[in-house]
Structures are given as C-alpha cells and as structure tokens.
Design a protein around this ligand. Structure first.
Ligand code: HPA
Length: 235
C-alpha cells in the first residue's frame, strides 16, 4: 500500500479509519496511521505535524512516523511538503517533484542505528526514482502542471529564513526551501522504503517577495485537490 506523510497542505480525502497503533520502539508517532479511501484505492495517511498541527518541524518524531507507516504495510511513501520558492521560475502554486536535497538541519535524530554501531546508507539520489516517475506520470496523464526536479533545502525552523540565508541557499543550488524532508528521506532509505517528495510552493522564500501567512494557508488548501488527484492516480 502507498503511505502518505501529509504536511500543512490539508488533503481533502475522506478521513480514514485509524489503524490500531502497535507498540513502537521509537516512541510515539505524530498521529495514528489512517487507512484512507480514495476513488481508485486505499492509502495509509499519517499527519507528520499531528492531526491538530501541534508538532513543529524540529519536534517531530520522524523515526516513529516512518516506522509506523512501515508497520502498517506501507511499501512506499509519498511525502507532501509545502515549501518556499527560491528560484525565480517557481511561483506560488507551482507543484514540484524534487530530485535532490541539501540538509541544513541540526540536532535531529537522523538514524535508526544505535550510537555504537555505524551504518552508512547510499544517498546520492535521496528520492526514489521509480516513485518519482509514478508521480510525474500521474501529473502528465492528469494534465496537472508540475515541475520535474529541483533541489530541496531543508532548514531547521521553526522560524522562516533570513533573506541572506536564502541567498546562500540559492548559491548552493537550492530551488525550494522547507523544513521536514530531513531526516524523513534518510530514515525511509535506512528502512528500505522508497520515498519521494511532492512539494507545493506556498510563498516566495524570504527576501524574494512578500510572505503573507493568510496566503500560505490559502495556497496550501488550494493545492490539496490536485495533490489528492495525483495520489489517487498512483494507487
Ligand atoms: N521556508 C521554510 N519552510 C517553508 C517555507 C519557507 O519559506 N514555506 C513553507 N515551508
């Protein structure tokens, strides 16, 4: 089954039946996994910030979230991310399936390995190529406008960035900025679960235009319909 990590972009899907939570060795996930009906099938949804948006990006138990989806039989994970647009061609409302990331977070627990056992994972391509293709094919077939590829900068938050920080990320080659793709992507790779990100640009990054929180909320909600269609197509 397809697992979906939902973010602040509320998906307009029928709220699904909660799956009974198993004892999790990594602590409590942000929310129960819900078996959710789409028109073409069923997906497993987990709200990474909690169902009442109570966990800030640095306070999310990423290990428990990925583990909970795996325990519920997710064989792949699409992660929904709202992001700020750094590159000029990425205006608000644009959907993007990134193919690279740079991790600027710190202090987040980013491995399942114990401290006394080194585990290196191969991570040159942080997003799963096959799952990206499924999303991109869905977008093409549904004639949903999207951007194929780009580099996601993952910042620590919860504050937004300064204009100078965004200039630095731009020089580093980043196209969009968000706060939650890491350590999610690395943890999923450790467990061998294909992981891809579906981003919606909800504001111009700091110093690139005016940031209005009401507009971020409106754009996050506006994207939900298209994202639901894409996920549905992937089932
Ligand atoms: N910066 C970081 N994370 C974000 C942003 C941003 O501008 N917009 C949405 N998530």
């Amino acid at each position: 089954m397809l697992g979906v990590l939902t973010g602040s972009a509320a998906l307009e899907v029928e709220v699904g039946e909660r799956i009974a939570q198993q004892e999790c060795p990594w602590g409590k996930p942000s929310a129960p996994v819900r078996r959710t009906n789409f028109t073409r099938g069923v997906a497993l949804l987990l709200a990474r910030h909690g169902e009442t948006l109570r966990f800030a990006p640095h306070a999310i138990n990423y290990r428990a979230n990925i583990h909970a989806l795996q325990a519920a039989d997710a064989e792949a994970i699409v992660a929904i991310h709202t992001v700020g647009g750094i590159s000029a061609y990425l205006s608000t409302g644009t959907l993007l399936v990134p193919d690279q990331l740079v991790d600027y977070t710190f202090g987040r627990i980013s491995t399942y390995s114990p401290d006394d056992a080194v585990k290196h994972i191969e991570f040159a391509e942080p997003f799963d190529a096959g799952l990206r293709t499924r999303l991109l094919n869905a977008a093409k077939n549904l004639k949903v406008t999207f951007h194929d590829g780009g580099t996601y900068a993952c910042t620590q938050g919860p504050r937004l960035e300064t204009a100078a920080e965004i200039d630095r990320l731009d020089k580093d080659g980043c196209d969009v900025v968000g706060m939650t793709a890491m350590p999610e992507a690395a943890l999923a790779r450790e467990l061998g679960i294909p992981y891809a990100s579906l981003c919606v640009v909800v504001n111009p990054a700091a110093g690139r235009g005016r940031i209005e929180f009401s507009e971020i909320r409106r754009l996050s909600q506006a994207a939900a319909g298209q994202m639901t269609q894409l996920l549905n197509y992937c089932l």
